[in-house]
Ligand binder design. Structure first.
Ligand SMILES: [Zn+2]
Ligand SMILES: [Zn+2]
Ligand SMILES: [Zn+2]
Length: 162
């Protein structure tokens, strides 16, 4: 059964995306102040750029965007900001695309599946603790020490199926 709490906006093509961005920025401020870490202007800007859409964006595309505003920006600027955003659960890395997407439910420990639409490129995070529990159980039984896990699934989203 699909978890109800997941953000259904991602795949509603007519949704008011500015609300997603405002939500993400507000939650980022809240999480950083709770944790006592700094959401610097660069970190915030990278987060906003990632949230331009629900499509994953690569580090070099982010660098190109940032360079329009700060000519001196270099790859470490982007990578350091990405590390920060990932560490604090604001952004996830899509391994198969080597790209980044904003988290639907910032601050949570990511456990679940990332669904990637082959048609529009949008990504939706499906969170389900059962999935990560199952993986932990299986790997543990095999004597494999798990350090991280990510599952990505490709297909066609409801919006593109029409
Ligand atoms: Zn949106
Ligand atoms: Zn997430
Ligand atoms: Zn789609």
């Amino acid at each position: 059964m699909p978890p109800e709490k997941d953000n259904p906006r991602a795949w509603d093509k007519s949704h008011y995306h500015l609300a997603c961005v405002e939500d993400a920025v507000a939650k980022a401020h809240q999480i950083c102040s709770e944790k006592g870490v700094r959401l610097t202007p660069t970190r915030l800007r990278i987060l906003e750029l990632i949230w331009r859409s629900h499509k994953p964006i690569g580090a070099y595309a982010l660098l190109d965007e940032i360079k329009l505003e700060h000519k001196s920006a270099a790859p470490p600027t982007v990578y350091r900001a990405l590390d920060f955003l990932i560490e604090h659960g604001l952004v996830h890395r899509i391994q198969s695309l080597n790209a980044f997407v904003g988290c639907n439910d910032p601050g949570h420990v990511y456990s679940g599946i990332i669904l990637i639409c082959n048609d529009c490129g949008d990504v939706l995070e499906m969170d389900d603790a059962k999935i990560s529990e199952t993986i932990a159980l299986y790997t543990n039984n095999l004597g494999f020490q798990l350090s991280s896990q990510s599952i990505e699934a490709n297909g066609t989203c409801p919006g593109c199926r029409g």
